[in-house]
Unconditional design. Sequence first.
Length: 359
Amino acid sequence: MRIKKRVYSIVLALCLFVSGTLPVATYSVEAASARSDMRGIWLSYNDYASLGMANVDESTYIKKVDSFLDKASEYDINAVFLHVRAFDDAIWKSKTFPASAYMTSKASRSKTAADTYDYDPLADFIEVASDYDIEVHAWMNPYRITTTMFLDPAKSANQSRVKKAIKELAKYDIAGIHFDDYFYHSQGGYVKNYKSTKLYARDITPEKKRKNVDKLVKSVYKLCHKKKLVFGISPQGNYDNDMNSGADVQTWLTKTGYVDYLVPQIYWTDQYGADSNITMFSDRLNQFNALRTNNIQMYAGLALYRCGFDFSYDHGWIKSKKNMKTQIAKAKKLGWGGFIMFSAANLYNSESAKERSYL
């Protein structure tokens, strides 16, 4: 139930009565610390339409957001990782970046989000989330422009562009900034900057990729802490793939000054393989845990979208209805601070219903 807004309204009225001014937003010391009781969910750009949030007026949008957050609260979700910048775009009223084409059909690369949206989707989402005491983390893809075109991570101008988006987002009441696993992953090519249309391949060693990405990651960490925000990354659950594509998990798990938390996307069961005899989830969980020596917070990235389906070479998803329960317990036993599930729309499908009952 949405009750916090009414409480806040009373407090706001008292503040106005006593001082005649609006209360100034303040941050606690804990605001820059990764929580140890994470029960999160990713809300992807693909979920906007599924949840009825796309191409609607503000009243309908708020109702749809409220409906989703009410559903999330049934499972004690305390954090939503909202996809705010999937393709060098924005679901906030940005004066720099274009609106998301997945949020509105009015989106155009030739005009800003501020000139496109009739209301501010991010501001409204945050306001409703506060009624449920649910944190909102701004999930960004730093380099991706289209599904095949990426900004060149080596260019300082592109790094500055990412930080420009973070500075805009920091003006909102968000809990943190979140990157996923897309770094050097372009299938088509890279561009020197967002205005360029000339694609070129990046023939670059894994070591150089990691160096380029680390430069951005380290500066974003510093910026986030200046803004009293937590910063984390959700790399692939495959360590070798990470290290080859610029996701320097070895450094992030051994040195300080890069991230506050890491969320390996361990999207397999312990009945993996043709004979369902490979304990893939546990193996990857233990691998990442063994790499960590800097005591940053760890969350398990879990595949809610796979629950109840039969996947080739991973029949464990159909053989058991307790994968999520078991995986959460295994991560907790290692001292990990919680989990984040992919993705929001799967809180509604019938296939994952039994698995969700164990959350």
